[in-house]
Design a protein around this ligand. Structure first.
Ligand SMILES: [Fe+2]
Length: 271
């Protein structure tokens, strides 16, 4: 099976007058690759209603499954005003290809296991205290999740919630060929390299080093993630790690969305 991998579409921020919508460009690129499925590793947009509409539209246009884990931006309450993030979380699970707490067993024996993941500051650089990370604010900049995401529990607790579910699902499928998908970074290889004036603090909000232990313990074949707006691959032991973020238009190198997506979209073959 040929599966496309992409994340961080940010369709609302990347719209440009005179250009087709991002999801149309993605559907075109997916069609060219003759994919059997598409994985979108979070951050479709800043609003649940838009993200769900885009996912459903993509699925219909492409005629293939569009497996998805919500990213932090997908949980934002900025436009819809829903302050309880769990309500948003449950809404995403109404989309049939949402992987949260619902592994997908493919006909060829492969299993897709995924959820958003979260950050627990284990990717933070030394020199900051736990209390400083808890503030989610430094150098006059605020990590926006602190304004628009309300889990009713600490970042460490929400990371634990996602981690335990991944662990349970991996245990249930132990010994199979597994692709694990998170929005947050599952491996420190993708952190922003130091020294860096801002990311020396904000790396703490990129993910958790604990997810890499899951890759190792369960022999995960593909570790797919997003969030950091990199397009990189890395191999650690038997795990191929893929970060394929479309990112913001200002970060693009190509003149049009479809060309940029062709550059960004990765294809993995599960056989
Ligand atoms: Fe993100």
């Amino acid at each position: 099976m040929r599966i496309g991998v992409i994340s961080d579409l940010h369709v609302d921020l990347n719209e440009l007058e005179g250009e087709p919508p991002i999801e149309e460009a993605l559907a075109q690129a997916a069609g060219e690759r003759r994919l059997d499925g598409l994985i979108v590793a979070g951050d479709v947009s800043n609003d649940m209603n838009l993200s769900l509409a885009v996912l459903r539209g993509l699925k219909e246009r492409c005629g293939i499954p569009v497996w998805f884990v919500p990213g932090n931006h997908d949980y934002w309450s900025k436009d819809n005003g829903i302050r309880d993030t769990w309500q948003i979380y449950r809404q995403y699970r109404t989309f049939e290809d949402c992987l949260s707490e619902r592994p997908v067993q493919l006909d060829n024996g492969w299993v897709l296991i995924g959820n958003s993941g979260w950050y627990d500051y284990t990717m933070g650089e030394p020199g900051y205290t736990f209390e400083e990370f808890e503030r989610m604010r430094a150098m006059d900049r605020t990590w926006q999740d602190s304004l628009y995401v309300t889990w009713g529990m600490s970042n460490r607790e929400i990371h634990r919630y996602f981690y335990e579910r991944l662990e349970r699902e991996l245990e249930e499928h132990r010994g199979k060929s597994i692709a694990m998908i998170t929005h947050m970074l599952g491996h420190p290889y993708f952190k922003v390299p130091m020294p860096h004036p801002q990311w020396s603090y904000f790396n703490a909000f990129l993910g958790s080093t604990e997810y890499a232990e899951l890759y190792r313990r369960y022999g995960v074949r593909y570790g797919i993630m997003g969030h950091v707006h990199y397009r990189k691959k890395h191999t650690d032991g038997g795990t191929e790690l893929i970060c394929a973020c479309l990112g913001y238009r200002k970060e693009w190198r190509q003149p049009s969305a479809v060309e940029e997506i062709r550059d960004c979209l990765q294809t993995i073959v599960l056989e």
